[in-house]
Design a protein around this ligand. Structure first.
Ligand code: KG4
Ligand code: ZN
Length: 382
């Protein structure tokens, strides 16, 4: 197999249409991301039908741009990789149909990639790019995004990667909690980036949001009762409810409505605009919410890392872009002698370079997809 294979990656699982060219799983030749945020913003969240239509409009120009930026042509790439799931079924279908058509017309191998594996390989891609080819095992990966909060033990045997899920959220994902909190406080969509930037202006100790205490086994869990291996689950819906209660109890609705109206009149609100329409109480609330969420994520993940005797911790997915989260993981990880790796901020959120990178070991193993494979909205990572 060609060792320096150049792979075109395509990602359309949610609200970003992305294409990238990566050589040998480590050299990013191009990385194009067309964000649909503006299209979904008026609705305060991702509208699946709208996402599919936006992908349809963007896919061709985005792929062309990725090839041009990477000084490649349709003919010069060695394989086409595409996200199979998890994600929005209609959105995934756009990328998959396009990738199949390309692979068929060009007679190139087609590789199906799990989006969550992609997030993990975003870190590996950049580590290789820095010259770090040796990962210390056991390696634990926290994939924390708008749709997922998962802990995986990652194993590598030759070129083959496998993953064991040892924890996940029982309700809301961490990014979803950020988004819902921002929506409730009229801070726009997506919530994570704006809460991240506002939190530094508030007092994180002003309000206490208790982290979830999960003492009982998840009743929805499918594994047999005889399997009593420890799980490291998360839960964020309680924090969201506590925030709602706080808003009601402290009668913040009127000021929230005033902010909603004021920000709606600004085409692209900047940080100064948000700050101008957030009083001290709101900034303290935002800072406290983020502090509690970060505390919980860091504490549970490090408990899992200790239990697994992990030597490397990978933290990836949209929420890994959060400043406080990164600082806390670095600090707490260092105390435990744990090497903590993150993707750069652009590769934390959805992109296609991570899909092309995750496809490279599969290319070497000739693990190609059949032309009739389909999107799997609930695809698991194993
Ligand atoms: O990985 P991603 O782009 O898409 C999914 O696979 O879900 O993650 C998007 C999520 C959103 O919930 C967004 O609010 C959150 O990541 N996010 C952040 C930050 N940037 C994006 N959350 C906290 N702090 C950030 N800086
Ligand atoms: Zn993602």
């Amino acid at each position: 197999m060609k060792q320096d294979a150049t792979i075109l990656g395509i990602e359309t699982s949610c609200d970003e249409t992305a294409a990238a060219v990566v050589r040998a799983g480590e050299t990013m030749l191009s990385n194009v991301v067309y964000s649909q945020i503006a299209a979904h913003q008026p609705y305060g969240g991702v509208v699946p039908e709208l996402a599919s239509r936006e992908h349809l409009k963007a896919i061709l120009p985005v792929v062309r741009q990725a090839l041009a930026d990477g000084k490649q042509t349709y003919e010069s790439v060695d394989a086409i990789a595409v996200t199979q799931g998890p994600g929005l079924a209609g959105a995934l279908m756009v990328g998959i149909s396009y990738a199949k058509a390309l692979a068929f017309a060009l007679d190139k191998p087609l590789i199906a990639v799990n989006h969550l594996e992609g997030h993990i390989h975003a870190v590996l891609l950049e580590e290789r790019q820095k010259g770090n080819h040796e990962l210390l095992f056991p390696a634990l990966a926290l994939v924390v995004s708008g749709g997922h909060t998962h802990l995986y033990l990652a194993q590598q045997s030759g070129e083959s990667w496998s993953y064991e899920n040892i924890g996940r959220t029982r309700d809301d994902a961490a990014g979803e909690a950020f988004d819902k909190a921002a929506k409730l406080l009229a801070l726009g969509y997506p919530g994570g980036p704006i809460i991240d930037r506002l939190a530094v202006h508030g007092n994180p100790k002003a309000v206490k949001f208790a982290g979830s205490q999960l003492k009982h086994r998840d009743r929805n869990e499918k594994r047999p009762v005889s399997d009593d291996r420890p799980r490291f689950d998360f839960s964020y819906s309680g924090m969201k409810t506590a925030l709602l209660r706080h808003v009601e109890l402290h009668k913040l609705q009127a000021s929230i409505e005033a902010r909603r109206k004021a920000l709606a009149e600004i085409a692209k609100p900047k940080l100064e605009d948000y700050l101008a329409h957030c009083d001290r109480e709101t900034l303290d609330l935002v800072a406290s919410f983020q502090r509690s969420l970060v505390d919980d994520l860091v504490e549970k993940t490090l408990t899992a890392a200790q239990a697994c005797e992990a030597r490397t911790l990978l933290v990836t997915g949209g929420v890994a872009a959060n400043q406080e989260l990164r600082q806390r993981f670095e600090l707490e990880g260092a105390k435990e002698g744990l090497s903590v790796l993150f993707p750069s901020r652009p590769l934390s959120t959805d992109n296609a370079a991570m899909i092309a990178a995750a496809a490279y070991p599969k290319f070497l193993l000739k693990d190609f997809a059949a032309m009739d494979f389909s999107a799997e909205a609930g695809l698991k990572l194993t």
